[in-house]
Ligand binder design. Structure first.
Ligand code: UDX
Ligand code: ADP
Length: 467
């Protein structure tokens, strides 16, 4: 296999952008082209001002700043990039289907299929096509069948190279991954393609950390990794409710079980519920695949992880209503945090929007503040739920640029995202400008509860209850 000199990535989102930036940084001899049909997004990637990149990730501005214009390029010229590059990553979105068979469960593969058709139409030389988006098992088969039936004599090798980076720590995860997984065909050409990609990662990742498998194992491993992680969060969240009833403290329980080396300390932070573009989608996918093979017990088992997560979001909102004397109608409630976790501007499947929705059903007046999420996104997320008219969302929700403004005259403050800055606020000042009694509902277990109580707040913390 000849050396790869040009790589392109179709899709300049949360996965494609950071991944390609790090590949470019570590492989100065390879030109990396990131292309997207969204011209606005590409313009933002090309913005002189690195604080305006469309994806917020700590450290990403620095990496992009070092490579952009040298061997890292962002453009909307998808066809040109396909034609030029020997290796093409597909990193387009695969949301859960909102229509037809598999609605609400199966992954919508229309963007992937469009990409494959575009590659088939444009390519005149052999290509290695790499699936980067999270895909249901056996998508590679569909890609292969579209690409190989074009009859123009171009050879394609399909690789699965799932992304394990977590948002908020993407650059760190990419620089020092636990493992890189590459799945490919067991044929000599497939093995050669695997080696070509392994060489690119080999520029900075130790050989022992690059795992190679067949395509199907690689695809399924991605879904499974996310399902296991989400299951841990749902498990600790299930126990958080039990703790609230028994007087146990969920943090202490998490610490006690986390020190068991067989269990380990990670992913045991109890929360208002997991969010993000992957967990729910991937588990639903797993459930859908299991069902399609008639494996109903397997499907039910994994579906419970989602049901528990839905319950956790709903009970957090219900507790706010109950604690505020069973009515929040017309009451101001400050929501601190809208992103699905800290250090990202991504709001996909964020718990915050579901909690907001429940509170809006009770006619609360919401004041939202998030350090990185723009006002327009909050309304896009609320309107997407389709629970009420967009005009009503506008009437009942205000997005503030300043956290102290958001908390002013509020009956309660709810923490939805674990942003570090929330811990450092002047909580006395917040208290002074709130309605009394002043309540804090900590959905992330990040605040210093004894300190808040000393100020005069009435507090609730996930897994500790009303204290
Ligand atoms: C996840 C996987 O970690 C990553 O490997 C995969 O490629 C994509 O999906 P991401 O969605 O970015 O990454 O975030 P992650 O850090 O996994 O958190 C997911 C959700 O679980 C967040 O809402 C987070 O707040 C929540 N969470 C996580 C908890 O509530 N408690 C925890 O202990 C850990
Ligand atoms: P992820 O978190 O998986 O990276 P995003 O939604 O952030 O998902 O990014 C996916 C990107 O893929 C979007 O910017 C979207 O415009 C782009 N995209 C989708 N379909 C195509 C296509 N056919 N050609 C080019 N870009 C595409």
């Amino acid at each position: 296999m000849k050396d790869i000199k040009n790589i392109c990535c179709i899709g300049a989102g949360y996965v494609g952008g950071p991944t390609m930036a790090v590949i470019a940084l570590k492989n100065p001899n390879i030109n990396v082209h990131v292309v997207d049909i969204n011209a606005q997004r590409i313009a933002a990637w090309n913005d002189e001002d690195l604080s305006k990149l469309p994806v917020y990730e700590p450290g990403l501005d620095e990496v992009v700043g070092q490579c952009r214009g040298k061997n890292l390029f962002f453009s909307t010229e998808v066809n040109k990039a396909i034609d030029l590059c020997e290796m093409i990553f597909i990193s387009v979105n695969t949301p859960t289907k909102t229509y037809g068979v598999g609605k609400g469960m199966a992954a919508d593969l229309k963007y992937i299929e469009l990409c494959a058709r575009q590659i088939a139409e444009v390519a005149t030389t052999d290509k290695i096509v790499v699936e980067k988006s999270t895909l249901p098992v056996r998508t590679a088969q569909a890609l292969k069948s579209i690409l190989k039936n074009t009859g123009n004599g171009v050879n394609y090798e399909i690789l699965s190279n799932p992304e394990f980076l977590a948002e908020g720590t993407a650059v760190e995860d990419l620089m020092d991954p636990d493992r890189v997984l590459i799945g490919g065909d067991e044929t000599p050409a497939g093995q050669e393609a695997i080696q070509a990609l392994a060489t690119i990662y080999g520029a900075w990742v130790k050989k022992e950390h690059i795992l190679t498998t067949n395509v199907w194992s690689s695809e399924l491993s991605k879904l499974t990794a996310n399902a296991f992680l989400a299951q841990r969060v749902s498990s600790i969240n299930a126990l958080s409710e039990l703790c609230e009833h028994t007087g146990a403290d969920v943090n202490e329980v998490a610490r006690a079980i986390g020190t068991d080396s067989r269990i380990g300390p990670k992913f045991l932070k109890s929360s208002v519920g997991f969010g993000g573009s992957c967990f729910q989608k991937d588990i639903l996918n797993l459930v859908y695949i299991a069902k399609s093979y008639g494996l109903h017990e397997v499907a039910d088992y994994w579906e419970q992880v989602i049901l528990m997560n839905d319950h956790q979001k709903r009970r957090f909102a219900a507790n706010i209503v109950k604690t505020l004397y069973n009515t929040v109608s017309g009451k101001k409630i400050a929501m601190l945090g809208w992103a699905f976790k800290k250090d990202t501007n991504d709001t996909r499947e964020t718990a915050a929007v579901y909690v907001a929705d429940e509170l809006l059903n009770e006619q609360a007046a919401l004041q939202v503040y998030d350090p990185k999420v723009p006002e327009a996104q909050v309304f896009v997320d609320l309107d997407y739920l389709n629970s009420r008219a967009a005009a009503d969302n506008k009437n009942y929700v205000t997005v503030q640029q300043d956290p102290y403004e958001a908390c002013k005259d509020a009956h309660a403050v709810a923490i939805l995202t674990e942003w570090d800055e929330f811990k450092d606020y002047d909580w006395q000042r917040i208290y002074d400008h709130m309605k009394k009694p002043a309540f804090v509902f900590d959905g992330r277990n990040i605040l210093d509860i004894p300190k808040l109580k000393a100020i005069g707040f009435t507090t609730y913390s996930i897994g500790k209850g009303n204290i």
